[in-house]
Write a protein that binds this ligand. Structure first.
Ligand SMILES: *Cc1c(COP(=O)(O)O)cnc(C)c1O
Length: 373
């Protein structure tokens, strides 16, 4: 056996996630591991909760980082909030909306789907019609920032609408958190999950999660226990809350949480509004350059995510070859198209620490050269 130490190269990550991680966050990751019930670690977790509340713009008492990737954040929302037979409106305008539908069905719920074209935002009018047609609906689930297409949906309008009809909302904010405005309390959103590796630019594997008082109430009034022991948030609650005192639920990913603390601290120091503005500015620069090179966007300007730029691959170009060339020659990773956009689009991420001028410049230069090649 000739296995030696694994030394990854320094890639520049401009795909749909994971995003570039700052050296500060990587340093935090390598600090000494301490016990997850150590008083100092518990103090760090309390700060982490405060920083997460800031990022989500919420006062929700239940605001934590789940020890698992964004997909587990998604699953946690559905298995905790759905009971057998519950009717749930699920909006589908890309890959992740369909995953939500699967979660509803597996949790024993009844999915009522509201479909929009890939690349379009969720139609608020269609959601309203579905709420009128199905007055017994308990939950509306949608993706705020659809990473498979780069479309932004109006979470504020959908959140307000759901409240009018007495429904809770489950919101996928995996790609939106830290990249575009997201105001959990002001928009009256109930169960919102995210991921550590997109606009927060932390290592993958953690899912920030926040539940409103109404969501907690629904969980506390369940007739049946949550089928998943690990994701049952009523058990996790005892681990993340309780002033100073914690009961053991599972071993927290200690060093990953140091990294998230550092990444959120950086976001706090920059200021959320400044971070949103930076993502927008970098998108404008990238857009100007891409248009000069003749590229066109999948999503209309009005709904375009600054942090995820889906562009069409020009006719006659082998898209996989170009991506391989970018990786081999420039150490640059961009994303391929997913689903109906497979082979037809590239997805260029400008997320978190990756939303920087030098990344934009490199990407434009590398793409131009690769196309000539
Ligand atoms: C990346 C992503 C997820 C899944 O997150 P993982 O950390 O890969 O499990 C879910 N929803 C959206 C919108 C995403 O972009």
């Amino acid at each position: 056996m000739t296995i030696t130490r694994f030394m990854p190269p320094h890639r520049i990550l401009m795909g749909p996630g994971p995003s570039d991680i700052s050296p500060q966050v990587l340093q935090a990751l390598s600090r000494p591991t301490i016990g997850h019930l150590d008083p100092l670690f518990i103090g760090m977790m309390d700060e982490l909760k405060q920083l997460l509340k800031y990022a989500f713009q919420t006062e929700n008492e239940f605001t934590i980082a789940l020890s698992a990737p964004g997909s587990a954040g998604m699953e946690a929302c559905f298995v905790n909030l759905i009971e057998a037979g519950d009717k749930v409106i699920v909006c589908r305008n890309g890959v992740f909306g369909e995953r939500m539908r699967e979660n509803v069905v597996r949790a024993g719920g009844q999915a009522i789907t509201v479909d929009d074209e890939w690349g379009s935002p969720v139609s608020v009018a269609k959601v309203k019609q579905a709420l009128i047609d199905h007055p017994e609906v308990k939950i509306v689930a949608f993706v705020h920032a659809e990473t498979s297409t780069g479309a932004l949906s109006d979470a504020q309008a959908i959140g307000t609408l759901a409240k009018e009809y007495g429904a809770l909302t489950i919101v996928d904010a995996v790609t939106s958190l830290g990249g575009v405005p997201l105001k959990v309390d002001e928009w009256q959103l109930d169960a919102v999950y995210s991921g550590s590796q997109k606009c927060l630019s932390c290592t993958p594997g953690l899912a920030p999660l926040t539940f409103s008082a109404k969501a907690i109430e629904k969980i506390q009034n369940r007739r049946t226990p949550v089928q998943s022991w690990f994701l049952d948030q009523s058990l996790v609650l005892g681990y993340w809350s309780g002033e100073g005192k914690r009961s053991y639920h599972h071993t927290a990913p200690v060093n990953s949480l140091y990294a998230l603390h550092e990444a959120l601290l950086m976001l706090h120091q920059e200021g959320l509004e400044n971070a949103w503005y930076r993502h927008q500015q970098m998108h404008e620069k990238l857009k100007t350059g891409l248009e000069k090179l003749g590229f066109t966007f999948v999503v209309d300007q009005a709904y375009r995510l600054p942090q995820l730029n889906a562009i069409y691959v020009p006719e006659g170009i082998d898209e996989a070859n170009v991506r391989r060339h970018l990786l081999e020659t420039y150490n640059l990773e961009i994303g391929a198209g997913l689903g109906v956009l497979a082979g037809k689009a590239w997805r260029i991420g400008l997320m978190g620490y990756g939303a920087r001028q030098e990344n934009v410049a490199l990407c434009l230069r590398a793409l131009e050269e690769s196309m000539i090649e």
